[in-house]
Design a binder for this molecule. Structure first.
Ligand SMILES: C[S@@+](CC[C@H](N)C(=O)[O-])C[C@H]1O[C@@H](n2cnc3c(N)ncnc32)[C@H](O)[C@@H]1O
Length: 262
């Protein structure tokens, strides 16, 4: 799928995605994925940071609130409009721009760190965005990103549940089938039926790569891998938010941190 078609899909998703995530329906993000990502992040107070594929800016704002000077970029203008409106309402010093992560509009060595929350597996040329991230990092800077776990969320995945509806196993297939913009249609899993009746599901082009391909791309971009994370819901969190209980069986997200040599 060509990059402009990918961008058009995200622009079409952006309005409902912003409304639904701000209403709290992105439970995996809010209850598990972002807290785990932030817990793995090195100290960033006072550093210049870039968030690649920032969406409506929720995670960027979290980084700014702990003291980073943030710039954020997204391919979908509607996401950037919503993020900028939030910045106007509650200024955190974040600079938002529309643009492509695969061709970052920044000088070499502009940032101390970069983040990409759940956006790299949505980009057609992941090797390019990883190289771009390295280019705009200062020597010694790091990129930390989250993606759908390549091993446990390949193109085909199904939760296996017991008689009480509890997840007990995961069935996967097509791990080795890399995809080129295969469109997956879904709503946030907790979105109520009455909302589903009003709005079409998101249509998300996906670019699945195997774990070894990801490692090859990160290392090939000149980043030294220094940390992996595989968030798992605690017993308490899974009881409070049953939708994330399947991450106790196998991880859904993979977090990776790579560093540009100093
Ligand atoms: C799954 S959403 C994640 C949004 C946000 N980071 C979050 O965690 O809430 C993926 C984001 O990547 C953005 N995106 C996709 N392709 C992109 C590209 N080539 N350059 C920049 N952003 C892109 C989409 O517009 C979307 O906002």
């Amino acid at each position: 799928m060509d990059p402009s078609t990918v961008a058009a899909h995200w622009e079409a998703n952006a309005e409902a995605w912003t409304r639904h995530s701000r209403a709290g329906y992105d439970v995996y993000r809010d209850a598990l994925n972002t807290p785990a990502f932030l817990a793995m992040l090195p100290p960033i107070a006072g550093l210049d940071g870039l968030d690649i594929g920032c969406g409506e800016g929720s995670n960027t704002r979290q980084l700014a609130r702990v003291g980073a000077r943030m710039t954020a970029i997204d391919i979908a203008p509607t996401f950037i409009r919503h993020a900028s409106e939030s910045e106007a309402a509650e200024p955190l010093g974040i600079r938002y721009l529309s643009g492509d992560g695969m061709a970052l509009p920044f000088e070499d060595a502009s940032f101390d760190f970069a983040t990409a929350f759940m956006s790299l597996m949505d980009m057609p040329n992941q090797a390019a965005v990883l190289k771009e991230a390295r280019r705009v990092l200062r020597p010694g800077g790091f990129l930390q990103f989250s993606i759908l776990h390549p091993c446990f969320v390949p193109p085909r995945r199904r939760n296996v549940r017991d008689g009480d509806g509890q997840p007990v196993a995961v069935e996967i297939a097509d791990y080795f089938e890399t995809t080129d913009g295969k469109v997956e249609s879904w709503w946030f899993s907790t979105l109520p039926a009455e909302e589903r009746a009003k709005v079409d599901p998101f249509r998300v082009p996906r670019f699945h790569r195997t774990l070894s391909q990801w490692v090859e791309m990160v290392v090939g971009a000149g980043l030294a891998i220094e940390a992996f994370g595989e968030p798992r819901a605690s017993v308490e969190a899974a009881a409070a938010e049953p939708v994330i209980a399947d991450t106790r069986v196998a991880p859904i997200f993979l977090h990776v941190r790579g560093r540009k040599p100093g």
